[in-house]
Unconditional design. Structure first.
Lengths: 287, 747
């Protein structure tokens, strides 16, 4: 096993593309090191990308934020302007692991580990966040929703890795929220989860919305029908019931040690409704 | 009155809360745990484990592993002689399979190599030819005709003919005629329950360093609850004499019963013997879950009859326990404990132990009792609801007390159940208001407690301080308690006493730290060793004063003339006598060796409030209060810690903890991520109320307190959840999917 602390994006991409064997990208390492220790993976090459320029920066861009791929949860959580604009993203990211893990864990790692239960991903999907990807053929941008391909698989090509995320400019009256169900109160993995990103118009009604669910399908899923159910409403009971039903219809989960199909499907709807309430209140709405 | 019987007295130090002697080492990281021991030339041992739930081992080819550079030894089951004794043979075959792998994670071979990477690589080179056999992991399925037979020929004669070959033993306890009792009841409830196997969840994995030399001497350092028993087991397996194997216990990062046997220790010894070098074996967390001892998994039917005014007319329980792939006696304790809290005319329990393709059960706090009492207390609660009776009143009406013929035979002496129930009744928690989706549950709990073989030495140092040598690993603060009892008896400050846990060569045999025995039994032996030293110090004073020995007595830490006729001498302190000891006959020490009888049973009552989120099935524990009879709380911090710790483990057991097996018979959740013990934020503050009803069998009235507190939480929480959702829960754990299903929200 070789370890490369890349000095430039091009060097990292070149090394990853040239390696014939198993490669792993090391950023925070909170998944990779655990997998190494458990013997789940034996990489031939590990490329450390967290020291590359810009990887740990949060800066303003196009009225929104560009967040480096190696920004840790604890760092993002201390960025007041970001947390005010994207509280749902921040809370999803910061639910991962323990205080110690938060000092290392990154959103790009959480996304590229490609678990359907990844806590930071639903809010990124609901937020319409776009990842910037570096690779042997240069840079490209890809919406976060299009990156996971299935459990443990992404749509990134050989040699590609994420360098940053672009969070678009926020409209007035916009906010988001993320909720997950775990049997404990912390240190756990989502059995089901939901993120809601919405904007409230001057009339107090939801004018735009996006809903994404985690741990209920092979990848995090966008649920446009659930968003449609609450647009134009003040989250009345009928709207929420329609939203829950749309969420349930979008679920395609598995039965496993963490939960049953029926449980995941039901709670995904419950969590979406509760997250919608939180986002609505954060956006200044009064139900 | 016998010397060791309880005598009422005013305590000066017992009952105070001094600093723990092991505190500084533990918080600064200096304490030596099992994996901290290192020896020159030490090798790393690793164990290869079966990936199959049940498989015949046709052959093991370790030639490629042995050929790998850096590999110094390979061990398989064939390296061990086959013990005559059934018990020892089972322990050995659990440490290293022979002929068949009986569960996922069963050890089949081990290597010792120069480093961890080499050992890991060597494991991959061992070729095991398995013939996969059908498996069974569920206790009820294993009892059915045609179930795969885990081990042939293990059925005892007391098992009725016609049962599955997996049924290994049967037991019955009780008295009276339950049928006649049920006929007198106004209401009879009969329910079936299931409880999942749970793990003790100690944070420190098993670790051992073994060194066997060519002249046949062995040294073993390991984390264990009982190093004398480790010596017995390992010496038996390796054909060594007890004198040639010295076992030294490390500090212990939790045991809860799970470290009362051996798993890796004989393997480390055999690797060292073959390699000719010291070998360290440390389990991974995955190995701890797959291959050490969880609790029994159970299936229980309970039937109880009650009159309209709350008198129980009869109780009956059918208990089916599986202690995994080996015969297991825990069923007997379940059958005995089930109805222990009740004074019943008609009571009967029937128990069966059943083999399954699961790891061999190890003790876990009050083994067998939490499950049986969960089932009984659930049915009692259901009767209280049906008959609109106050659940504490009903317990009081039927409570076992002094003179009650217990459901398992003996007649109770002084016991504290009524006192704990009355304390619960008048506590503000019992009548505190509840909000929506909230409910209150309660349960009684019971454990027998144990005494056992104990040997203590107490050495009086010439500077007036005292060293105590005892042989029971300290899992619950026993060094502090032992020092306190010696301080009380000698009349010197606690701080001037240091208690250590010594190796197997330093003392006579000490039984394992289990059965809540240590503060009771080691405490008793310490008090007697102190009295032995006191007697010797009085002799020295008599010699100095030139008066009769009988004319000297011990008072407030000093020898004094026994009365006006003895002569007029100023008190001679322990320090003064010690300082002169070289001139008065040499060093002064007290000893005591005993097989202690007279352990007092311990009862507790737990009250719990929960709130159930009916949309997600999540249960939040809001408030928790424990009432328990400690006999005498020697160091109340530790007694409260035992009570709180038991409740926390019980909360985990009730709500989330379980061994989950896949269709392939492999354990699905061998780690703390998916085996969910509670985290701190899951728990409310746990209030404790200590009752002190002296145990007549101990000089200070001490009862064991370590096990009883894990017994009531299962039923207390299940009763609260059942009341909150309006449906009786009959399976543990009450995980959120199970609760939503019970409510009817999900199919």
């Amino acid at each position: 096993m070789r370890y490369l602390a890349a000095q430039s994006v091009a060097e990292a991409a070149k090394a990853l593309a040239a390696e014939a064997g198993v490669t792993r990208i090391l950023s925070g390492g909170t998944d990779v090191l655990v997998q190494l220790k458990a013997g789940m993976v034996e990489p031939d090459l590990i490329v450390d990308v967290k020291k590359l320029p810009g990887m740990r920066e949060i800066r303003a861009e196009a009225g929104g934020f560009r967040v480096g791929a190696a920004v840790a949860g604890a760092e993002l959580g201390e960025h007041k302007a970001f947390c005010a604009a994207w509280p749902g993203v921040a809370e999803g990211f910061q639910l991962i692991g323990s205080t110690q893990v938060q000092g290392r864990a990154t959103m790009a790692g959480n996304l590229c580990n490609a678990s359907p239960a990844a806590d930071s991903v639903p809010a990124l999907v609901a937020g319409g966040v776009v990842a910037r990807i570096a690779g042997p053929d240069g840079e490209r941008d890809l919406a976060v929703v299009d990156i996971p391909a299935g459990p443990g698989r992404t749509n990134l090509k050989k040699g590609e890795f994420i360098t940053s995320f672009l969070f678009p400019a926020r409209a007035k009256g916009a906010s988001d929220a993320y909720l997950r169900f775990i049997p404990r109160t912390e240190m756990d993995i989502a059995v089901s989860s939901a993120a809601v990103n919405l904007t409230i118009g001057a009339d107090g009604k939801v004018s735009a919305a996006e809903v994404a669910l985690g741990a209920v399908a092979p990848t995090v899923v966008r649920v446009p029908e659930a968003a449609k159910a609450i647009i134009g409403t003040k989250l009345d009971d009928a709207a929420l019931a329609a939203m829950a039903k749309a969420c349930e219809a979008a679920c395609n989960p598995i039965d496993d040690k963490r939960g049953t199909i029926a449980f995941r499907t039901h709670t995904a709807g419950v969590l979406a409704c509760r997250a919608a309430h939180i986002a609505y209140e954060r956006a200044g709405g009064k139900a | 009155m016998a010397f060791d019987e309880y005598q009422k007295r005013e305590f000066k130090q017992v009952g105070t809360r001094p600093n723990r002697p092991d505190g500084v080492d533990k918080v600064t990281g200096r304490a030596m745990y099992g994996a901290d021991m290192t020896l020159p030339g030490m090798l790393v041992g690793r164990i290869l484990r079966s990936p199959h739930a049940h498989a015949k081992i046709k052959s093991i080819d370790a030639s490629a592993a042995l050929a790998l550079k850096g590999v110094k030894a390979v061990v398989t089951g064939a390296d061990f002689a086959r013990p005559e004794d059934d018990f020892l043979r089972d322990v050995q075959e659990n440490c290293m399979a022979r002929g068949k792998a009986l569960y996922d994670g069963h050890a089949v071979a081990a290597v010792a190599a120069i480093d961890a990477a080499t050992a890991k690589a060597a494991l991959k080179l061992i070729k095991v030819d398995y013939e996969i056999l059908p498996h069974v992991t569920d206790v009820d399925a294993a009892m059915k005709a045609g179930a795969p037979i885990v081990q042939d020929g293990r059925t005892l004669e007391n098992v009725p003919a016609g049962m599955s070959g997996n049924v290994t033993s049967h037991s019955e306890f009780g008295h009276g005629d339950p049928a006649a009792g049920f006929a007198k009841a106004d209401k009879v409830v009969e329910r079936s329950f299931k409880t999942a196997a749970t793990h003790q969840g100690y944070i420190e994995p098993h670790a051992a360093v073994a060194s066997v030399t060519t002249d046949g001497k062995g040294e073993l350092w390991c984390c264990t609850q009982g190093h004398f028993f480790v010596r017995t087991l390992c010496a038996g397996m390796l054909g060594m004499e007890a004198s040639q194997l010295r076992v030294t216990p490390s500090e212990i990062g939790g045991g809860f019963g799970g470290k009362t046997t051996v798993f890796i220790e004989p393997v480390a010894l055999m690797l060292s013997k073959k390699a000719g070098r010291p070998v360290k074996v440390v389990m991974t967390r995955d190995e701890v879950f797959r291959a050490t001892g969880p609790t029994v998994s159970t299936s229980i039917d309970v039937k109880i009859g009650m009159t309209k005014d709350g008198r129980i007319t009869a109780g009956e329980a059918y208990l089916r326990y599986s202690g995994g792939a080996f015969p297991c006696g825990t069923i007997d304790m379940g059958g005995q404990a089930a109805f222990a809290a009740y004074d019943l005319e008609h009571v009967r329990t029937y128990g069966w132990n059943v083999l399954t393709n699961r790891p061999k059960e190890a003790a876990y706090r009050a083994p067998g009792a939490p499950q049986a009492i969960y089932a009984v207390e659930s049915v009692v609660d259901e009767l209280c609801l049906a008959l609109k009776l106050d659940p504490l009143d009903v317990r009081l009406k039927n409570a076992a007390k002094k003179g009650t013929k217990s459901s398992y035979g003996p007649t109770f002496p002084d016991i504290g159940l009524v006192a704990t129930l009355e304390a619960a009744h008048k506590h503000p928690h019992y009548t505190a208001p509840l909000g929506p989706n909230q409910a209150r549950g309660l349960s009684c709990g019971f454990w027998f407690n144990f005494g056992g073989n104990t040997c203590v030495s107490l050495n009086v140092n010439t500077d007036g301080t005292v060293g105590i040598t005892e042989g029971n690993p300290d899992i619950g603060g026993s060094r502090a308690s032992v020092s306190l009892m010696a301080a009380e008896e000698l009349g010197i400050p606690y701080e001037q006493i240091r208690t250590i846990v010594a190796d197997t060569n330093s003392l006579g045999y000490n039984d394992v730290t289990d059965g809540s025995r240590v503060t009771f039994a080691v405490g008793l032996a310490t008090i007697k060793a102190a009295r032995d030293a006191v007697r010797k110090m009085c002799q020295r004073a008599a010699k100095i004063w030139d008066i009769d020995e009988e004319a000297v007595e011990w008072k407030d830490g000093a020898a004094v003339p026994a009365g006006p006729n003895a002569g007029k001498f100023p008190p001679m302190t322990l320090a003064e006598i010690a300082a002169d000891s070289f001139a008065t006959g040499g060093p002064i020490a007290g000893h005591h060796e005993v097989n202690v009888d007279g352990a007092g049973v311990s009862f507790g009552v737990h009250l719990v409030d929960v709130e159930v989120d009916k949309d997600t099935g999540a249960t939040k524990v809001l408030r928790y209060t424990i009432f328990q009879d400690a006999g005498k709380a020697v160091h109340p911090d530790y007694v409260e810690g035992q009570m709180q710790g038991g409740a926390v483990q019980g909360i985990g057991w009730a709500l989330n903890e379980e061994y989950i097996y896949g269709k392939d018979g492999r354990l699905q959740n061998a780690g703390f991520l998916d085996y969910r013990i509670p985290v701190a934020s899951d728990l409310p503050p746990i209030e404790t109320v200590i009752l002190e009803i002296p145990n007549p069998g101990h000089p200070y009235g001490v009862r064991g307190v370590g096990e009883t507190p894990i017994v009531p939480p299962l039923a207390a929480i299940s009763n609260a959840v059942s009341r909150a959702i309006g449906t009786r829960m009959c399976e543990l754990p009450m995980s959120p999917p199970r609760i939503l299903k019970a409510i009817g929200t999900t199919a």
